[in-house]
Design a binder for this molecule. Structure first.
Ligand SMILES: [Zn+2]
Ligand SMILES: [Zn+2]
Length: 298
């Protein structure tokens, strides 16, 4: 056992993990939540709602704890591979060729995302939701820091699902790291609370996952939002949702029109709520108070 090498591997993965969690999240926070706080209608998915300070602090602490935990696991894995331990990773592209390397990387992404869709959907079954996944759903106006603010059991389960293929099929570590970084970036954007539109056609805009935090048992996809289309969990306009309306209780409901995330009806409704509130406030009270509203209760 080379303890010094193990420590080095863990130091590399933990510092890398903290960097990719904190730096982009802080940049988004500074550019939008601080600099443009006075004009939420121009950029915020939920312009009339702000996370209470207590929850904003909690999500950073929980997210940091999780990032350190999963990075330590990755560090041990890195050490294991470096010491010649068993895995199906190969380092020389020539061993399988470019065509296999690219195809297997794409398959790693698609199969992983499909598995994460189902793992997330199971997290929404009553027992798992109550004891595990509810931790993530306390954050109803998410920010980039919410991306990994979950119960540590959930974070480790998702990490195990994501990394399991490296012990099953030959994969190039470059492709694996590229997919992990892409998924992490999508997760930060999806939780940002900022009206980012979709980058690739298989991705939803940020409002898609933001709705998951507002309406709970709907829109489960991590990156490929077509899974929700395919398995009937895409948010529908006429259906009502709530924390107590679990996905298993929704089966058998009549087919309803799926919400279009390109026309932005959510933004319209949210903006209308904001304008109404501003009007009421200006009419009733000439003393302007800071717009720090409580989390939505539905
Ligand atoms: Zn969820
Ligand atoms: Zn989330």
């Amino acid at each position: 056992m080379d303890w010094l090498l193990l420590l080095k591997c863990i130091a590399i993965t933990v510092s890398g993990g903290i960097f990719i969690y904190w730096v982009p999240s802080l940049i988004l926070d500074a550019l939008y939540y601080k600099q443009r706080r006075h004009q939420p209608e121009q950029w915020k998915v939920q312009p009339d709602r702000w996370a209470p300070k207590r929850l904003a602090k909690e999500e950073r602490q929980l997210g940091t704890l999780n990032m350190i935990t999963v990075s330590m696991v990755s560090g041990v894995l890195y050490y294991h591979v470096k010491m010649g331990g068993f895995s199906m990773l190969y380092f020389d592209v020539a061993q399988y060729g470019w065509a296999y390397t690219i195809t297997s990387t794409v398959a790693f992404f698609i199969v992983g995302d499909f598995s994460l869709y189902w793992a997330h959907r199971w997290m929404h079954r009553k027992v798992l939701y109550k004891f595990v996944h509810r931790f993530h759903h306390r954050f109803r106006t998410p920010s980039a820091f919410t991306a990994i603010a979950s119960h540590p059991f959930e974070t480790l389960t998702f990490q195990a699902i994501t990394l399991a293929p490296i012990f099953i099929v030959p994969l190039h570590p470059g492709g694996v790291i590229a997919v992990l970084l892409y998924q992490h970036s999508v997760s930060l954007i999806d939780h940002s609370g900022i009206r980012f539109s979709m980058i690739f056609p298989w991705q939803g805009p940020a409002a898609f996952h933001d709705d998951h935090h507002t309406y709970f048992h709907v829109n489960f996809a991590q990156t490929i939002h077509w899974w929700d289309h395919l398995f009937g969990t895409w948010r529908c306009e006429e259906l009502s949702y709530g924390e107590e309306s679990f996905v298993e209780d929704q089966t058998g409901r009549p087919h309803a029109k799926r919400l279009s995330y390109t026309t932005g009806p959510i933004e319209g409704r949210s903006l209308a709520r904001l304008k109404k509130r501003q009007k009421r406030r200006s009419q009733s009270d000439s003393q302007s108070k800071p717009d720090v509203s409580l989390e939505a209760s539905s």
